[in-house]
Write a protein that binds this ligand. Structure first.
Ligand code: S3P
Length: 439
């Protein structure tokens, strides 16, 4: 396990960078291409710990995938789609590693297969709740068992029926698992969601010829024969990765950076709204489209921030950004409060409790609540030793906090940053950030 060493940043961050491909879209590109009819081509694909788990699992299900490593962190994939019913029985349990998106979406696909399978993953993944997918899939007729609501999941052949399902939480993973199972089900399926969970599944399936209808709070797959056309797309940069350098530039005096080719799907841009509400200078330029997803160049420059309160729908649209938002809030004048974010407690780690514990080690005053936290700023973090606890986004947020600190910060167990952002340290170094791996 590698440690990351961060020194107090003495100079502004400057420059133009790209970040690796979107993690949610990269998972889906492999999963959906695998069950399409014909050859798909995906460029700018993210080779991160989580997405590589999905790629290996689909190979274990008999899908030929050729990889060309054009750039270290942006691969091109050629996927030979096997059609909805052409996957092969796996020889062993399928290892989804740390990837919640992999296990939950794949469960939807495997629920409709004529062979049994077992889905498992790391100790971290085994702690995450699976009942949220098991319950609707069982209601569709799936024969699926879990270990008291957790992985491993054992799936046996079953014939599925469409469902009308109201999601108890605004989760794109659950919505996607139901929609994927619906491809194998008799009759129509309708899913209602309490908030605007990311819609990459709806966009990609539509681009692949599936006749989905969607509104802000619902998605419907009509009855009838389903087939997926092959996918051709360039994966946009991940806004959840771009958030780290963007926030760092916002907080470090004199900084001005540009991140090119970032996905700005409106179900993902909550962090831009939150930063704008705090007075940050982040702008969205040159909007265009790639594979049905909006893309833009984002620029950020230093500005003084003021506190803000966050609750409601925007929480879903910024759900992965609260570790780095907490760092921004610690530098903003006043009390910043997050509410309605109880989902953070079931992410890679408890991103309320564990985040609060680590930020306190750096002297940041943060008070936990059941569904969020309050941070009083601005407080310059002090140096010290903190841990990622194996959570990539917590590790990167702590590294950015370290740039603001009065003394050196060591982030233990930080190599997990490559679960979503391979090249994080090198990308930050390219902007002039004073961080490096301990050798
Ligand atoms: C994801 C959905 C979100 C998000 C996760 C990726 C996806 O999780 O936090 O990082 O790719 O569908 P939930 O669906 O559990 O909210």
């Amino acid at each position: 396990m590698a440690d990351l060493l961060v020194s107090p940043q003495q100079t502004p961050l400057r420059g133009t960078i790209r970040v690796p491909g979107d993690k949610s879209i990269s998972h889906r590109a492999v999963l959906f291409s695998a069950i399409a009819e014909g050859q798909s081509r995906v460029e700018g694909w993210l080779p991160a710990g989580d997405t590589l788990a999905t790629l290996e699992v689909m190979r274990a299900l008999g899908v030929p995938i050729t990889v060309s490593e054009d750039e270290p962190n942006a691969w091109s994939l050629t996927v030979e789609g096997q059609g909805l019913c052409g996957l092969q029985p796996p020889a062993a349990p399928l290892d989804c590693r740390n990837a919640g998106t992999c296990i939950r979406l794949l469960a939807g696909i495997l629920a409709g297969q004529p062979f049994p399978s077992v889905l498992d993953g790391s100790e971290q993944l085994r702690r995450r709740p699976m009942r949220r997918i098991v319950t609707p899939l069982q209601a569709m007729g799936a024969v699926i068992e879990s270990e008291d609501g957790h992985a491993p999941l054992t799936i046996n052949p079953a014939s599925l029926s469409g469902i009308r399902y109201r999601l108890p939480v605004a989760s794109a993973q659950v919505k996607s698992a139901v929609l994927l199972a619906a491809l194998y089900a008799r009759g129509a399926t309708r899913v209602r969601q309490p908030g605007p969970a990311r819609d990459h599944t709806e966009r990609m399936l539509t681009a692949m010829g599936v006749p989905l209808r969607a509104g802000r709070h619902w998605v419907r797959l009509p009855s009838g024969k389903r087939r997926l056309r092959p996918l051709q797309m360039v994966v946009p940069g991940d806004i959840s990765s771009a958030a780290f350098p963007l926030v760092a530039a916002t907080l470090l005096p004199g900084s001005a950076i540009r991140v090119e080719g970032v996905g700005v799907n409106p179900t993902r841009t909550g962090i831009l709204e939150l930063l704008a509400n705090m007075g940050a200078s982040v702008s969205v330029e040159a909007e265009r489209e790639s594979g049905g997803e909006p893309v833009a160049d984002l620029t950020a420059r230093f500005d003084e921030l003021h506190a803000t309160s966050v609750s409601g729908d925007v929480v879903v649209r910024a759900i992965d950004e609260f570790p780095i938002w907490a760092v921004a809030a610690s530098q903003a004048a006043g009390a910043s409060t997050l509410r309605d974010a109880v989902e953070l407690r079931v992410k890679e780690v408890d991103r309320i409790g564990v985040l609060a514990g680590e930020l306190r080690l750096l002297g940041i005053p943060i008070a936990e609540t059941a569904d969020g936290f309050t941070i009083h700023g601005p407080v310059r973090p002090r140096g010290g030793t903190v841990s990622s606890h194996g959570d990539h986004r917590l590790g990167m947020a702590l590294a950015v906090a370290g740039l603001m600190a009065t003394g050196p910060v060591r982030v233990l167990d930080a190599d997990c940053v490559s679960d979503s952002f391979p090249g994080f340290v090198e990308t930050m170094q390219a902007l002039g950030a004073s961080m490096s791996w301990e050798i």
